[in-house]
Design a protein around this ligand. Structure first.
Ligand code: ASN
Length: 338
């Protein structure tokens, strides 16, 4: 582990470049942007190659539906009128992954998601309102299986990019290394202990705040996992450990070097009574989740999965200061742009 870095990423972030977002028809033609977009195409191709090789089936993702993921860390969902009924734009396709997994066993989407993030998120350099995640689900898998897939996926993608884009990475000034496996695994409690020992505030009961997560990410030279989040930290679909009430069988993967969160995933709740209890505990009204509750009553297998954001992955691989450099038409909180 590294000592805490003195520089804080946000301080290096050139927020004036946010202004250029309204001119994305110009920035998209910049030689640097062209390199990033070519690398991104390789990232997507390599991710598909890896998942297909493990027997995952790619499905077309849902874009809208009567319900979507409520566990989105303070962001708001987009709701609209669908012929007189309330519909949502996908904040994440988690509920639909469970539906598809129940049919095909091992599935993934390249899932476009919309989250109206708080205005402050513009300053983190790692939040977009519109992004794509590679969203994976596997029947009868444990969260350790899911971590293994996430680790394998990232390593495969990095190797592929290094092989095909050596020059591009050099031009971008990025020194990218193949991550060393196995990735370190810290429990949420251990992560909070480390943060507190560095005088950084974090709670044992909640999700780790953005800034603290970034500081923790600075302390590592390879990607790493945080697992076993407390019950209050996540959505109702992350499975509570039956043997350890209050602890969820879930995880995040973080990039090193200050890049922060890469992946979040979990084993899933799949028994209807338990899901209803968890919904109530997280302030969700089960009556709003009509088809989902019906599906759980019909029965689905247990599963685990995760999502990895394509733009954050691109940012890490290319060594970009801000996430908006990793998307052709970025939407950042509060910035009106094409
Ligand atoms: N995709 C994540 C998962 O599979 C959920 C999310 O994006 N909130 O757990």
């Amino acid at each position: 582990m590294r000592k805490m870095a003195e520089t804080v990423y946000v301080k290096e972030l050139d927020l004036s470049s946010l202004g250029s977002l309204s001119k994305s028809y110009i920035t998209i033609r910049h030689p640097r942007m062209k390199k990033v977009l070519r690398i991104q195409a390789t990232i997507c191709m390599a991710a598909r190659e890896y998942l297909d090789s493990l027997g995952f089936i790619e499905l077309l993702p849902p874009i809208i539906g009567p319900v979507t993921d409520p566990g989105i860390r303070g962001a708001k969902q987009v709701t609209f009128n669908f012929y007189g009924r309330e519909y949502k734009v996908m904040s994440s396709a988690i509920l639909y992954k469970q539906m598809a997994m129940a049919s095909l066993g091992k599935i993934y989407f390249f899932s476009p998601n919309i989250r109206l993030e708080p205005l402050d998120s513009a300053k983190t350099g790692r939040h977009l309102v519109e992004f794509v995640q590679i969203d994976i689900e596997q029947a009868h898998a444990s969260y350790f299986d899911a971590m293994e897939i996430a680790e394998g996926l990232l390593t495969y993608v990095v190797k592929k990019v290094l092989k095909e884009h050596e020059e591009d990475l050099k031009d971008l000034g990025r020194e990218l290394k193949v991550p060393r496996r196995p990735f370190k695994k810290l429990t949420h409690k251990e992560a909070v202990d480390i943060l507190r020992s560095h005088g950084i505030e974090a709670s044992y009961e909640h999700e780790i705040p953005w800034e603290a997560e970034k500081e923790l990410s600075y302390m590592f030279e390879d990607p790493f996992f945080i697992y076993d989040y407390p019950r209050g930290a996540r959505g109702f679909y992350d499975r509570e450990d039956p043997e350890r009430p209050g602890i969820l069988r879930d995880f995040d993967m973080l990039y090193p070097e200050g890049y922060g969160e890469a992946v979040s995933g979990a084993e899933r709740e799949y028994k209807v009574e338990k899901v209803i209890e968890r919904m109530r505990a997280t302030g969700e009204n089960p009556a709003k989740y009509g088809w989902y509750i019906e599906m759980l009553k019909y029965g689905i297998p247990p599963s685990a999965g995760f999502g990895i954001g394509v733009e954050r992955l691109t940012r890490y691989i290319c060594g970009l200061k801000a996430i908006w450099e990793a998307r052709p038409y970025p939407k950042v909180a509060g910035i009106y742009s094409p």
